[in-house]
Design a protein around this ligand. Sequence first.
Ligand SMILES: [Zn+2]
Length: 476
Amino acid sequence: MDRPSAPLALPSVSTTAAEGIVRPTDCRHRRIMLGAMFARRSLPAKSVASALLAVLLLAWLLPGLAPRTHAHNDEHWLLVPGEDRSVGEIADRHNVSAALVAHINGLSPTTVLSDQHLLIVPLPGAAAIVDTFVPMAIKPAFPGQTLAMLAEAHGIPVEWLSATNGIAQDQRLFPGQPLFLPNLADPRKTHVLGQVTVEYLSPYIGAGQTGYLLLSSNPGIQPSAQLGNTKLHLTQVPHPQAKTQQQFHYSPIPIDPLTESGPVTVTVSYLSQADILVAGELRFEVFQPNPWRQEIIVVDGVVAARLSVEALQEETNLLTAIWNRNNLPRQWSDEPWQRPIPEGHPTTSVFGSRREYRSPVPIHATFHTGWDFYAPVGEPVTAPLPGTVVLAQDLVTKGLAVVLDHGQGVLSGYWHLSEISVEEGDFVETGDLVGLVGSSGISSGPHLHWEVRIHGVPVNPQQFLYGSILPPETPE
Ligand SMILES: [Zn+2]
């Protein structure tokens, strides 16, 4: 919805009878060779027609198959009809690992396929990419599935799926289309740092998204972790794999939406019983899910005056102090958060949109630090998880505003309310009313702006509704 659609024109296809190869001659993205499609013996007309349709769809959609890091390679994939052979036999015939072919197609190596079934076989170049692209899992799409549905089912931001697979968010998927997903059940190898083990560190985190770090330690050892200049707030968590006395420690890792693509370092350290500081560095990759949505907001002179540097500075200072609170223990568990507003209210602005305010000349450039839902004035806004009310007041730009502290450096904000239902210092449980939707402050109409910050960093709140960044208390 925020990304331009991929060109919908199908590439023209020519066949080379001698080789039995179907080759798209005008693929704008990269060269794809689809071969062995038509065996020399004749196939029933119906099966030829459906196979041809599949080839056309595949030729159109396969550019999305390659991981972005290999975008300039030539990848080759075959579409092979089953011909009553097993997945393993077909793989052998093409000198590709049976396990890999089975994995890509979501089948077992022993599954016997009919002529109606087309198997996707990676040729050596593509197989090497797929094979080394850990910790990815490849899952075939089911009929009617969209990237958004897949994202929701796996608790992954749709921007991540879109960027990783090179597929626009609104592009149609064909049944069986292989898609790259992060394989959270198979994280990178654990790193042992003396008495502390890094059990998991998210290998790829999108700008504006949240990953996590999970450590285990020997009893009595208290590990610390630092992301750049920010000390991460590690919380001890229960873990089913814990051996006697072994302790697990968890911290979310928030990535600022302005972070450039590239490696980022996390430092893990602890003080040994002999008072020796033991430290190690770990890396993960940040990627920018470009392009961000652009929004130009034209405001009148009165509003422009309220956007003055001084007025903004006062509000920013107040909120910065609030966002950086980090003294409450974690008030949340591995449950996905409850929506702060009922389902069915459309999104009017997504997290991270680049915004420019004009009056009529540009006066202020920023990015959208939250998620906006349209809702009528008076619609109840509720706490998505337990927390303490740390701000409940009228602000210049945010209007009637509430901020909740959920512990472990995680806070959430609710702006432009028509009424505030809590007081600073109150403790709210999940589902408790915090206020009513309105259009106070600088707002173009009634809506809820929902914002989540971790250690002061604004992150995409949608991720928390799917529980994707929460500690694996029940690993798969
Ligand atoms: Zn907003």
